[in-house]
Design a protein around this ligand. Sequence first.
Ligand SMILES: NC(=O)C1=CN([C@@H]2O[C@H](COP(=O)(O)OP(=O)(O)OC[C@H]3O[C@@H](n4cnc5c(N)ncnc54)[C@H](O)[C@@H]3O)[C@@H](O)[C@H]2O)C=CC1
Ligand SMILES: O=C1[C@@H](O)[C@H](O)[C@@H](O)[C@H](O)[C@H]1O
Length: 335
Amino acid sequence: MTVRIGLIGAGGMGRAHVERIEQELAGGRIVAVADLNLDGAKAVAEPLGATAYATGAELIADPQVDAVLIATFGKVHAPDVLAAVEAGKYVLCEKPLTTTPEDALRIMEAEEKVGKKLVTVGFMRRFDPGYNEMRATLQGGDLGYATLLHCRHRNPTVPEGYTTRNMIDDTAIHEIDICRYLLGEEIVKVRVDTPRATSHRFEHLQDPLVLVATTESGVLIDDEVNVNIHFGYSIECELVMEQGTVRLGDQNHTITRDAAGERHAVCGSHIDRFHDAFNQEVQQWIRAVERDEHTGSTSWDGYAATCVVDAALASLEDGGREVEVAMIEKPAFYA
Ligand SMILES: NC(=O)C1=CN([C@@H]2O[C@H](COP(=O)(O)OP(=O)(O)OC[C@H]3O[C@@H](n4cnc5c(N)ncnc54)[C@H](O)[C@@H]3O)[C@@H](O)[C@H]2O)C=CC1
Ligand SMILES: O=C1[C@@H](O)[C@H](O)[C@@H](O)[C@H](O)[C@H]1O
């Protein structure tokens, strides 16, 4: 069976997903594309012989669409995710699932009503081999339990419209999710530190900032979010356990050694750094939809991440005070 996919949001990420589905992956085909900018939707749809729509609602109602891939802005994800769930269609929604915990709860309620998990959140780092090796090392138990997790999320630059809020709800949300995934526990409190700002930022931005979070068992996480670092796209992570540490590698395949020393190229963007993880994520989603099964992160993961984002934003507004994360008990449906 070929899974007939409808894409909502034909911007940078949407087009990157279309390219991988059409050129690199198996089992899926783009049959419809929706974008508020109808010309943008047509530009992606027409070469594929797909139908173009101006709204997600029309695309979701199209009986030709088996499953929905959402790559619009985070703050408009919720209505389309809800409509797809209510139509009984599987959804792969780019992160963040929603920008408020209330919207994520509504999605969870809709899924529970339908009686099956239909939503996967685009937390693609869960498919990165490096993070999975780190997780396996921790779970193996030979190095003891985790005590600390040091993360760095460095982007070359960001556009002027990107806000300090986005440093948390659009950027740090990746570490919020991957730390929960690596450690297998929830984050219970968080504060945001605001060091001296870089002169490379737009004036309105608090860049860099550092999230300091604590998990249920007391593991301390620090996450440097630094989005105008210029030299490249650099994602780092070191997990400290009782008897050893494990550190994420980069995407380099070779190391050059000469009179200037040893070096390897640094990635330029999320596209090259997480190319394989994105492919794994979307390929596994297509295969799971074929089998009528859920895969990857759930609406609960989207909800939990949004609750941590909310607490971090409250800390930022309140001078870096430590804020407890408010969240509901995990429903048995997501156990
Ligand atoms: N996993 C990752 O590493 C990355 C994830 N993303 C996520 O992908 C999503 C999209 O980001 P980009 O492609 O960079 O943004 P973008 O601005 O390039 O594209 C967004 C597109 O959605 C369309 N759109 C907005 N609201 C809409 C609506 N209500 N209905 C239909 N179309 C609508 C816009 O017209 C635009 O074409 C975001 O959620 C973002 O966080 C983006 C970059 C990397
Ligand atoms: O998800 C992503 C972007 O939306 C975000 O703006 C970047 O900071 C991240 O590095 C990238 O992976």
